[in-house]
Design a protein around this ligand. Structure first.
Ligand SMILES: Cc1ncc(COP(=O)(O)O)c(C=O)c1O
Length: 384
């Protein structure tokens, strides 16, 4: 058979590559897995109880309503309305099988092959991969020195073919939170140029700042151009139940739903019930776990303070440390390989998030237990 060149030549899975490296290990020492961003803790009791209960309900296996369970859309709209101090209607919420799927259905509903999209570098690799699968040309907006992008600089990347700009805040892989005024600057830019602004807010609960992440839902000028994406994976530690959401104006939801219809029909009921139980019964738990991740970050920064082995944290936040390695004579992929095979530390190479090799690594410290973070500097120091 002959595969699509867009997939075989342009798209490579960094998580797949990381897992393949683990398969080559011969060491017995426990692996410090800082690769995929995944909660290291189980969901709250309330969420687990509800999952078990739903599994025994007679309609558990039925197709749920396509845009999502009405009660989940209602309760999540209310949760967002409180979080953003804005009016958000249940109809504005499309429930998907995770935030990745939310991005895919939204991006597909906006683009045709040959169109262009803007991602901020370093970008989230699944966004880049999906756009390439769709035959969209990606233009990369380089951020400023503080890793925050400048909307004015984005203007020069916009052409007649540009259909969307995507921001990720807090960022994956940098952890950097984009300040509200910058997000608003991008919304103005999007409105001026008639392109969509997609804001992936998977890590919203893990910001340093409390209060509203932006005012995008409060301004009618932006309502038709902005789509905000959400994930329940990290907030309620249910990544395997696959539940997320796209929030936007009615036309955006209607078009994205057509794509969802083809690829998933609807998000799985059990994941939706898990998210709903989280929203209803695990709000305090959600705040406590975000604080726990913040503690892990503090511990990670403490462990990395002396730049063990010459590895230096450039930025951090949410689940991630964005770390520069000192081995500029080696391709970063080789550094990652050596870290796994010789030092039992699994990371994702920065080249998964950038077009050039800038000697960077992503370390998902939130995957680890505190004692594993204490061990990290010793392993990094071993790297000669
Ligand atoms: C920026 C970003 N968006 C989306 C996702 C995927 O989230 P979900 O598990 O809800 O599909 C991730 C997960 O790592 C992410 O980092």
């Amino acid at each position: 058979m002959r595969f699509s060149e867009r997939i075989s030549d342009l798209v490579h899975s960094p998580i797949g590559a990381a897992h393949a490296l683990v398969g080559l290990r011969t060491n017995d020492r426990q692996l410090l897995d800082l690769s995929q961003a995944a909660p290291s803790f189980p969901p709250s009791d309330a969420v687990m109880r509800r999952i078990a209960e739903v599994a025994c309900e007679p309609d558990a296996g039925r197709y749920p309503p396509q845009p999502g369970l009405p009660e989940l859309r209602r309760v999540f709209a209310q949760d967002l309305a409180e979080g953003y101090e804005a009016e958000i209607k249940p109809d504005s919420v499309l429930i998907t099988a995770g935030c990745n799927q939310a991005f895919c259905v939204v991006a597909s509903s906006l683009t045709s092959p040959g169109d262009e999209a803007i991602l901020v570098a370093p970008f989230y690799f699944n966004h880049d991969m999906w756009l390439k699968i769709e035959g969209v040309t990606v233009r990369y907006l380089q951020p400023e020195a503080d890793l925050v992008p400048d909307p004015e600089r984005a203007q020069s990347l916009i052409t007649e073919k540009t259909k969307l700009i995507t921001l990720v805040t807090p960022g994956n892989p940098t952890g950097v939170t984009i300040p509200p005024d910058i997000i608003h600057g991008f919304a103005d830019l999007a409105a001026r140029n008639d392109v969509a602004l997609i804001v992936d807010e998977t890590y919203r609960s893990f910001r340093d700042e409390s209060g509203s992440a932006h005012q995008l839902f409060n301004n009618d000028d932006w309502a038709s151009d902005v789509i905000s994406l959400h994930s329940f994976s990290k907030d309620f530690a249910i990544p395997g139940y696959r539940c997320g959401a796209a929030v936007g104006g009615q036309p955006a939801i209607t078009e994205a739903l057509k794509v969802l219809d083809c690829i998933a029909i609807s998000a799985p009921r059990i994941g939706q019930e898990a998210a709903l139980a989280g929203l209803r019964h695990a709000q305090e738990w959600r705040v406590n776990q975000a604080a726990r991740v913040k503690d892990l970050e503090r511990q990670f920064l403490g462990a990395m303070e002396t730049e063990p082995g010459g590895f230096k944290v450039v930025s951090s936040g949410a689940y991630f440390g964005w770390v520069q390695h000192p081995h500029i004579d080696l391709p970063t992929e080789d550094v990652v390989r050596k870290l796994v095979l010789d030092h039992d530390v699994l990371t994702i190479p920065g080249t998964a998030f950038t077009s050039d090799d800038d000697a960077m690594l992503r370390l998902s410290f939130a995957n680890l237990e505190p004692e594993e973070i204490s061990e990290l500097p010793h392993r990094l120091s071993e790297f000669a």
